[in-house]
Design a protein. Structure first.
Lengths: 470, 267
């Protein structure tokens, strides 16, 4: 038994309630709901006789509750979905079609109800913001194949030209003759007119939540006992992910402490993972550096799923190490060296010396060969930068540096043999004072000690060593 | 009862001369299989290693010639020299060559002296570089920093995901390096054994290398080259480098290299 609920469009009646009120209303009566749009749903109410009594009693209850909620809806109950759907397009209020009388009940309806049903489905099909997430909408006129609907609808003018005006007339046509003239689309049209279902009900699926929680009888502290808890929690989570063909791109971990405060950490992985062992290692590595302040009595992990990627390998490329290895390695290195100490440098679009940005190392795409050859390109002198410029003493004669004293770690006190400069460089004067630079740069060769780049900070009139050529 | 090796040799000696080449090759294969099963396979020196089939280019053709083809995969090599002798230039050239081959490289920069701008100009494809940054050297905590960096190097080498793993200890004080136990380098060598990774350690003094690794010793102090006849037009051009290559399985070789800027003046 199926119940169809149809909320006529806003142009005809005043819409009250939220956009998803009809879908929510339907879910209160059955978990098997086929959503055809925001305004049109079909419920499977089979087996509800003991709950609601007869089909008519159910219909009355639906109507009464809908009125209480200010929902203006048409209700039709029939043993086939198509009969219920078509009936809602013609009759307002409640209509109950007894079993095996669908054809008889539909026969007086005009052919236009098919067009109306198609329009109702098309107009309300885009319901992206359903409360229950990404519900799967279905088209009943054709078995989930939109291209097939067009020929069925396109046949209606042809049938009208034959003098057929009602569904009953169409249903009464000889099937064999109809197939000879209109093909399979003609048969599909006749099945619709007879109120027959071409496929079973496809219930809308709720968006899956990948979340696992474990409440502990006693609060625990320390990483070792927590690791056992994570093993169980993440094991379940990964089983769930694996069964759905998903992997984790982002993981949120919430540790509820005895003070009811929540210690929350978020992990973003460069590659999607679905191995509980690796996830547990990553969480534990993070907790080593960011432990909870108090004992923990509840552990929750929430995963943001992504489809598991298919990897196309080639015999001609280098072997690619598993993504888990990279992720674990990066987490270990972060734990050892500190935050923002591991990654890939990205150059900034500025002339300011020594400016770059650290980005997380992304192993994706690192293993394909570049179309460039550098072998034999020769040596290029490279600069070793003092990340914090070292304050130095410089002796100036006739406007040029003649002696340089650089303290630890260089520990140099030498005569300048050759120099080049100065080159004035400035910028960011339009920004805040800390970002401004204005300096005169020199390259100096200190006797027996190397080639250094030094600069005079013009604002403070202080000399600094920026780095050494090596 | 075990018999001594001498007894076994004496028994084998008369028969040895009558053995054919095929028998010898079978015996050699058996011996190699035995060593492999005892996880001593890396002690074997195959003809491939000697002919350079497992070596990779450094990106500098003259240096490759001196090295006998390049630096060996699965082995730890070292770059040694005083300040401004071109150690970093050679190191960056190796990383650039590796990235241009399509490999991912790791640089463990003990004292945060790596300059991305110059390195990109030298040919490193930065997205393929994992840069692990230490802290700028200070008089305190040097030993702690070096230990930290060596732990990071061990992790990276054990992962085996990289074509080249370079450990930059160039700014480390010689005294701090000499305090490190020799087993440090042995552990690093073992970490990359039988892997496709080239291990490079750069420092001010010789530290340690694998059996098939090379020591690239930058012998003399820098020799800076300047251009421009007048004071105003003078710019830094580059440095000349004298390199000596040391290896246990190759004769010593020397080569003279010139590091020159691709552009006019410094970048």
């Amino acid at each position: 038994m199926f119940a169809c609920l149809y909320q006529p469009s806003q142009s005809n009646t005043v819409r009250l309630g939220s956009d998803n009120a009809l879908v929510d209303f339907a879910y209160e009566y059955s978990p098997r709901v086929e959503v055809h749009g925001r305004d049109l749903v079909v419920l499977d109410v089979s087996g509800g006789k003991h709950l609601w009594g007869s089909a008519h009693a159910l219909g009355e209850q639906l109507r009464r509750v809908a009125i209480d909620r200010n929902l203006v809806i048409c209700i039709a109950i029939a043993s086939t979905r198509m009969a219920a759907l078509l009936m809602t397009q013609d009759q307002c209020g409640l209509t109950v079609i007894p079993p095996k009388t669908e054809m008889k009940a539909l026969s007086p309806l005009p052919l236009a109800v098919i067009t109306r049903l198609w329009q109702a489905q098309s107009s309300s099909a885009n319901m992206a913001n359903c409360k229950r997430g990404q519900l799967r909408t279905a088209s009943t006129l054709a078995a989930q194949s939109l291209p097939y609907v067009e020929p069925v609808i396109a046949l209606l003018p042809v049938v009208k030209r034959w003098g057929i005006t009602t569904l009953g007339d169409l249903a009464a046509l000889p099937t064999h003759e109809l197939f000879n003239r209109l093909g399979r689309a003609g048969l599909a049209l006749q099945q619709i007119a007879r109120g027959e279902d071409r496929r079973p009900l496809v219930p809308a699926l709720e968006k899956e939540r990948f979340e696992e929680t474990m409440t502990l009888e006693w609060p625990i502290e320390g990483l070792e006992p927590l690791s056992f808890v994570f093993e169980q929690v993440l094991g379940k989570l990964c089983q769930h992910l694996d069964a759905s063909g998903m992997a984790v791109s982002m993981l949120r971990m919430q540790l509820t402490m005895v003070s009811r405060d929540i210690h929350e950490r978020t992990f973003r992985f460069p590659v999607a993972l679905n191995t509980s062992k690796v996830l547990r290692t990553l969480i534990l590595l993070d907790l080593e550096t960011h432990p909870p302040a108090l004992s923990v009595d509840r552990v929750t992990v929430i995963a943001t799923p992504v489809p598991t990627g298919a990897l196309q390998l080639s015999l001609l490329d280098r072997a690619v190490p598993p993504a888990e290895n990279f992720t674990t390695l990066l987490a270990r290195l972060e734990g050892l060296m500190g935050d923002q100490r591991c990654g890939t440098p990205v150059l900034m679009n500025t002339h300011k010396p020594g400016v770059f940005e650290m980005q997380p190392f992304n192993p994706k795409g690192c293993f394909s060969p570049l179309n460039q050859t550098r072998v034999g390109a020769g040596l290029v002198p490279v600069f070793r930068r003092f990340r914090q410029p070292i304050a130095i003493r410089v002796v100036i004669e006739q406007g040029v540096p003649v002696r340089v004293v650089i303290p630890y770690p260089c520990s140099i006190n030498g005569k300048v043999v050759t120099h080049a400069g100065p080159w004035r460089s400035s910028g960011h004067w339009w920004m805040s004072s800390c970002a401004v630079w204005d300096r005169d740069e020199w390259d100096v060769e200190v006797n027996g000690c190397g080639v250094y780049r030094i600069f005079l900070e013009r604002k403070s009139d202080c000399w600094f060593a920026e780095g050494v050529i090596d | 009862m075990y018999r001594s090796v001498a007894e076994v040799d004496l028994e084998c000696q008369p028969r040895y001369s009558r053995r054919t080449k095929s028998e010898m090759s079978v015996n050699l294969s058996t011996l190699e299989a035995l060593l492999q099963s005892k996880k001593l396979g890396n002690s074997l020196v195959s003809p491939q290693t000697l002919t350079g089939e497992h070596v990779v280019s450094t990106g500098v053709s003259d240096l490759d010639t001196a090295l006998g083809g390049g630096v060996a995969r699965g082995h730890l090599s070292e770059i040694v020299g005083p300040r401004s002798s071109g150690r970093t230039s050679v190191l960056i050239a190796m990383l650039a060559a590796a990235t241009s081959r399509g490999e991912t490289v790791a640089l463990i920069d003990a004292f945060d002296a790596f300059d991305p701008v110059f390195s990109q100009a030298a040919g490193i494809h930065l997205p393929r570089l994992l840069w692990i940054r230490g802290r700028q050297i200070s008089s305190r905590m040097v030993t702690y920093r070096i230990d930290q960096v060596l732990k990071a190097a061990m992790l990276v080498m054990q992962a085996g995901c990289f074509g080249v793993v370079a450990v930059d200890l160039i700014e480390a004080p010689i005294s701090a390096i000499r305090r490190l136990p020799f087993t440090t380098w042995l552990r690093l060598s073992r970490a990359i054994e039988a892997k496709e990774t080239v291990g490079i350690v750069a420092g001010p003094v010789k530290m340690g290398r694998s059996a098939s690794g090379r020591s690239i010793v930058l012998e003399t102090r820098y020799s800076a080259k300047w251009s421009g006849r007048t004071l105003r037009s003078r710019i830094f051009q580059g440095i000349d480098i004298d390199v000596r290559v040391e290896s246990t399985r190759h004769p010593f070789a020397s080569v003279h290299l010139s590091a020159r800027h691709q552009h006019v003046g410094m970048v």
